[in-house]
Design a protein around this ligand. Structure first.
Ligand code: DX5
Ligand code: ZN
Length: 216
């Protein structure tokens, strides 16, 4: 199975959202990565339901919705309603994580957990079997265009081992500073899905950049 590529719409041109959605549709990308930020959990504000609804109108691939918001349990049904296919919530953002994952699954969406850079993968030990995916942040969340942190490789290896030891089939996704240099190393460490924002949308030929990542 080849690596899943999820271009991050945060780096798209919001004045040409339909054009950029079509680019992703017509590329080798697998998912649309959608970053929701509330100005509390992270210091930045991105976009919410109306924009996701507009993306959904054009997107022909699943929407991977990454919630960087406090108490995401308040909005799960709303995000499902506007078209999310996968919803990931931060371990650090919700007190009753098990309940929040169940809430996501009850909407029909696939559920995942996101870990901040300094949150160890060991916290997932007793909840891993409830996850479709774990997203490991390779930057401090909040902004695109930041530098990839090398601590990520070891976290991916540890998590891959934990998944294997438990006999599970959980996807590992990486988000932040992904490029053609770190992508092969991430795949080798055990990553299944790569989010890429700036590297794709700020490149001269985003379609080709996606293809290059896919072929890593
Ligand atoms: C940042 C977001 C990322 C961001 C990645 O908090 O979660 O998805 O868009 O952007 P790049 O690939 O530019 O680091
Ligand atoms: Zn993200």
């Amino acid at each position: 199975m080849s690596v899943i590529i999820a271009p991050s719409i945060l780096a798209a041109d919001f004045g040409n959202l339909q054009r950029d959605c079509e680019m992703v549709n017509n590329s080798k990308a697998d998912w649309f990565h959608i970053d929701v930020m509330d100005g509390h959990f992270v210091p930045n504000i991105s976009y919410g339901m109306p924009v996701i609804k507009s993306i959904k109108k054009h997107a022909k691939k699943p929407l991977d919705v990454h919630l960087m918001i406090e108490k995401p349990e308040r909005y799960i049904e709303d995000f499902a309603k506007v078209g999310a296919d996968i919803i990931t919530v931060h371990y650090e953002s919700t007190i009753h994580l098990h309940r929040t994952l169940t809430q996501i699954k009850n909407t029909g969406c696939k559920a995942g957990i996101v870990l901040n850079l300094t949150t160890p993968v060991s916290v997932l030990e007793d909840i891993l079997d409830k996850c479709y995916m774990v997203l490991i942040m390779s930057i401090n969340p909040g902004f695109g265009g930041q530098k990839f942190e090398d601590v990520t490789y070891n976290k991916v290896r540890k998590l891959r081992k934990m998944i294997k030891d438990q006999g599970l089939n959980v996807l590992i996704e990486i988000d932040g500073g992904v490029n053609a240099t770190n992508a092969p190393k991430l795949i080798e460490a055990g990553a299944d899905a790569l989010v890429a924002g700036s590297f794709v949308f700020k490149s001269d030929n985003p379609t080709k950049t996606i293809e290059d990542l896919k072929n890593c």
